[in-house]
Write a new protein. Structure first.
Length: 423
């Protein structure tokens, strides 16, 4: 039996990441975890704006330590930083010279920005016909909203997702606490598209331009509901349907200590088991009862669940060994210590000059990341996020730039080289 380490799925794939903030960097983090080499192209003056967002954490390596945004650290680990001022013609020419060494370019500028920089998709493909170019924007490269500014809240509003959030129809929809359009539609969807486009490029030698709209990506999450509606089903009422808290069997309840329990006993067998566990006679007909019946059942269950604390109820259900489909609503500070997450080693540490520092970040659900034979995750650590321009010299040198050419780029302001990076 071979003892050699397995090859990671994207081993050998090289990615130029021109994106900033959350969607693009989260997407390229996924590609990195699958084995791709991700080189992050940043402006020499500020770099990725996310670097500056508080709170800051101290990270580092053998070269020293530095402070950086915790959010930046979480999604830019295991990447290298190449600092180029793409508004400078010398930097633009340097980027074009780099292209034959890469398979993917990810960018999140507004439509038309690449053209103004002299980096149109056609120009990129002239320098590398097999390049996969992925453009992530709010509303896409075409259409009346192509130039419109927006953020996650705007995208999920226009996609119809926000309108389903909340307890009652009369109340404003709840702002979602996670960026569904940014991270779901703007990172996961483009990662999937890039994987497919790489396969096509491998077979045909032809690259592609992926037009990713975060608004459209969020809209796609409504496919089951929209198809149900098109078939004559009722429109999902906020807080009134089965999966939006309208039924007693699928709802969040308050425990006696003010913390919460998530009850998801949808099927008759789970509903009966749950009711038996709390000492209440249950009936399968309650799963589909009208609003008046649901209100009455909810009130009964809520009164019972107030008799114990959240953790007492969880221990009670566990002792019975029954499938009741109830879990605690965990706070962020409780996640890393929960037995499910801890046993599956979901949280990692980032190396620092004085040892390691946990940043409380879970490993994405990619089995390749968690294979023990694949460093650096085998020791529960990842490489720290890069300093701005930390790898500029090495990346340019790998592409055939001489030391003199690199120094000229630095002197002209076209590139930034971190201290001690080889310049």
């Amino acid at each position: 039996m071979s003892t050699s380490a397995p090859v990671r799925p994207l081993s050998g794939v090289r990615v130029l990441d021109l994106s900033r903030l959350l969607p693009g960097p989260f997407c390229t983090m996924i590609l990195s975890d699958l084995g791709a080499q991700v080189d992050k192209v940043e402006d020499p003056h500020v770099g990725d704006y996310l670097r500056l967002f508080p709170p800051l954490v101290t990270v580092g390596s053998a070269q020293g330590s530095w402070d950086v945004s915790a959010r930046f650290a979480s999604i830019n680990r295991d990447k290298r930083s190449l600092s180029l001022d793409l508004k400078n013609p010398a930097a633009r020419d340097a980027l074009l010279r780099l292209l034959p060494h890469y398979h993917v370019l990810v960018e999140s500028f507004r439509p038309g920005v690449l053209d103004r920089l002299g980096l149109s998709v056609a120009t990129l493909h002239q320098h590398n016909p097999a390049l996969v170019v992925c453009s992530i924007t709010g509303y896409g490269q075409t259409g009346p909203y192509r130039d419109r500014a927006g953020h996650d809240l705007n995208y999920v509003a226009l996609a119809g997702v926000l309108g389903l959030c909340g307890e009652r129809e009369a109340d404003p929809p709840h702002v979602m606490p996670i960026q569904v359009a940014d991270l779901g539609a703007g990172a996961l969807w483009p990662a999937v598209q890039i994987l497919g486009a790489l396969r096509v490029a491998e077979k045909t030698g032809q690259g592609s331009h992926l037009d990713v709209s975060m608004c459209e990506g969020a809209l796609s999450f409504l496919i089951p509901e929209l198809c149900n509606r098109a078939a004559g089903g009722p429109p999902p009422r906020r807080g009134g349907e089965l999966l939006t808290g309208g039924k007693a069997c699928y709802r969040v309840y308050r425990a006696g200590d003010g913390r919460f329990l998530a009850v998801g006993a949808l099927e008759p067998k789970f509903w009966l088991a749950f009711n038996a566990a709390i000492g209440r006679p249950g009936d399968p007909s309650e799963l589909i009862g009208d609003d008046a019946q649901q209100d009455a059942v909810r009130a009964e269950i809520q009164a019972i669940l107030l008799q114990k604390t959240r953790d007492q109820w969880i221990a009670h259900f566990a002792a019975l060994g029954s499938d009741v489909c109830v879990e605690p609503v965990l706070e962020l500070d409780e996640l890393s210590q929960h037995p499910v997450h801890a046993s599956r080693e979901q949280f990692f540490s980032i190396a620092a000059s004085s040892g390691t520092r946990s940043d409380g970040t879970p490993i994405p659900p990619l089995s390749q990341v968690r294979t023990p034979a694949l460093p650096p995750h085998a020791v529960g650590q990842v490489c720290p996020p890069p300093q701005l321009g930390e790898h500029s010299f090495a990346i340019l040198q790998e592409a055939g730039f001489s030391a003199e050419e690199i120094r000229r780029l630095q002197q002209s302001g076209a590139a930034r080289l971190a201290t001690g990076s080889g310049a």
